[in-house]
Write a protein that binds this ligand. Structure first.
Ligand code: MG
Length: 117
């Protein structure tokens, strides 16, 4: 079991992802925006983060950079509906361990976590 932080402004996205992670027996904590996500990361030190890109306030890539400033080994998976290749490349250059597209696919999430954790 891993402690996993979801940072996403969409309640629906958080609920769908939490359901998948619950079924994989992970402990899930949630933040609804970048700033509270960074704060929660530093308090909870989760094993892995699922991070949305498009959120009010701070863009996901900036959240990613802030979390890596706290822990340069942080395991961050970008979870976005943005299918542009450049977005995926930017995520990887910025230090994300993986990039998954919404809508969530339970098998893809399981395989990504198996690889990263
Ligand atoms: Mg969003």
């Amino acid at each position: 079991m891993a402690k996993i932080l979801i940072i996403d402004d969409s309640a629906l996205s958080r609920r769908l992802l939490k359901k998948i992670l619950d079924e994989l027996n992970h402990q899930v904590i949630e933040a609804t925006d970048g700033l509270s996500g960074i704060e929660l990361y530093s308090i909870e030190n989760p094993d892995c983060v699922f991070l949305d890109l498009t959120m009010p306030g701070m863009y996901g890539i900036d959240v990613l950079k802030n979390i890596l400033d706290i822990n340069n080994q942080a395991k961050i998976i970008i979870a976005s509906a943005d299918i542009q290749k450049t977005t995926k490349e930017l995520s990887e250059i910025s230090g994300a361990k993986a990039f998954i597209n919404k809508p969530f696919d339970a098998l893809e999430i399981k395989e990504t976590l198996d690889k990263i954790l």
